[in-house]
Design a protein around this ligand. Structure first.
Ligand SMILES: Cc1cc2nc3c(=O)[nH]c(=O)nc-3n(C[C@H](O)[C@H](O)[C@H](O)COP(=O)(O)O)c2cc1C
Length: 272
C-alpha cells in the first residue's frame, strides 16, 4: 500500500481508526507484529529530522521512505517533542494554544519548497541504520545517483501524475531505470496499478514489487478499513487469475518475454 497522507479526509478509520491524526506511535501499535515502513516528510531542521527518525526506530519501523514530492497538509509535527520544544521556545505557546502558528511553522519545516540535496542523504544515514528508499524516481540519472549515495531502494513513481502535469508515465520509464540500476538496488513501482495485469506488466519490466495507492483509498472512502482491505484482496485475486490465463506459473515467470510493446495507429503522445 502506498503512502497516502491525511487519510482522515476520506474516512474516520483513516490509518488506524484512532485519534484525529494517527501518530508514529499509534500506527506502530495498530500494526502489532507486522512489518512497518516510515515515510519521512523531511524537515529543514536536522534536530527535528533526527527526532522523527528516533521515534520511528524506537517504534519498530525498519525501512525509511523518503518521497520526492510535495506533501499534503498534516500536523504530525505537533506530537514531536523536539518540534514542540522549538515552537514553544520561539512563540511562548504550545502548538495546541496556537494551532495556526504551529501549522505554519510545521509547513515551513516540511513543505517550505527549499530542496534537500543528495549530500543530505548522509544526514539521514546518521539517524537510520535500516534500508532507505527514495520514492518518486523518474529518470535513470537520479536512479544512478541513488546508487552513488548508498540508497537501498527506489520507487519508480510519478506520484500518480498528481504532482506535475505532463510528467511521463512511470511505466514508460521503468525499463530504462531497471536497466540502469536494477542489479544494484531494489526497484519498486507505483502509479496506476489497478488490476492484476498491471502488476504483471510492472513485475515483467523489472520491478521487484508494486505499490497501490488510490484504489485502496477509494475502498477506505466507501466503508473504511474493511473495504480498503477488500480492494487489495481483489487486486491479488485478479493477479492470480490473470497469471493463470496468461500461462505464467509464478512470479519468476513475470519477465520481459511475456510482454510486447504495441504501437497503435491512433496513439498520440505528448510530453512537456
Ligand atoms: C490523497 C493522496 C495522498 C498522498 N500522499 C502521499 C504522501 O504523503 N507521500 C507520498 O510519497 N506519496 C503520496 N501520495 C502518492 C501515492 O503514494 C502514490 O505514489 C500515487 O497515488 C500513485 O499510486 P496510485 O496510482 O496507485 O494512486 C498520495 C496520493 C494521494 C492520492
Amino acid at each position: 500500500m502506498a503512502p497516502v497522507g491525511v487519510q482522515v479526509i476520506f474516512h474516520g478509520d483513516k490509518e488506524t481508526g484512532l485519534s484525529e491524526v494517527s501518530s508514529i506511535e499509534e500506527v506502530a501499535k495498530a500494526n502489532g507484529a507486522g512489518p512497518r515502513w516510515y515515510q519521512l516528510y523531511w524537515p529543514q531542521d536536522n534536530d527535528i529530522t533526527q527526532s522523527l527518525l528516533k521515534r520511528a526506530k524506537e517504534n519498530g519501523y525498519k525501512t525509511l521512505v523518503v518521497p520526492f514530492a510535495k506533501g499534503e497538509e498534516d500536523r504530525t509535527g505537533f506530537e514531536d517533542p523536539v518540534f514542540r520544544e522549538k515552537f514553544q521556545h520561539q512563540s511562548g505557546k504550545t502548538p495546541e494554544e496556537d494551532i495556526q502558528g504551529a501549522s505554519k511553522a510545521w509547513v515551513g519545516e516540511v513543505f517550505s519548497g527549499a530542496a534537500h540535496t543528495w549530500e543530505d542523504i548522509k544526514l539521514l544515514r546518521e539517524g537510520w541504520d535500516g534500508p532507505i528508499v527514495l520514492k518518486g524516481i523518474q529518470h535513470p540519472d537520479d536512479a544512478r545517483l541513488a546508487v552513488e549515495y548508498g540508497v537501498d531502494g527506489i520507487v519508480v513513481s510519478n506520484h500518480g501524475g498528481r504532482q506535475l502535469d505532463g510528467a511521463v508515465g512511470s511505466l514508460e520509464m521503468l525499463p530504462e531505470i531497471v536497466d540502469a540500476v536494477g542489479d544494484k538496488l531494489t526497484v519498486l513501482f507505483d502509479s496506476g496499478v489497478r488490476t492484476g495485469v498491471d502488476v504483471i506488466k510492472a513485475l515483467s519490466l523489472g520491478a521487484k514489487a508494486v505499490i497501490v495507492g488510490r484504489p485502496a483509498i477509494y475502498g477506505l472512502s466507501i466503508a473504511g478499513k474493511q473495504s480498503a482491505k477488500q480492494v487489495l484482496q481483489g487486486i491479488l485475486a485478479d493477479l492470480d487469475n490473470s497469471m493463470g490465463l496468461a500461462g505464467i506459473k509464478n512470479i519468476h515467470g513475470c519477465n520481459r518475454s511475456v510482454l510486447r510493446k504495441v504501437q497503435y495507429g491512433g496513439d498520440v503522445k505528448s510530453s512537456n
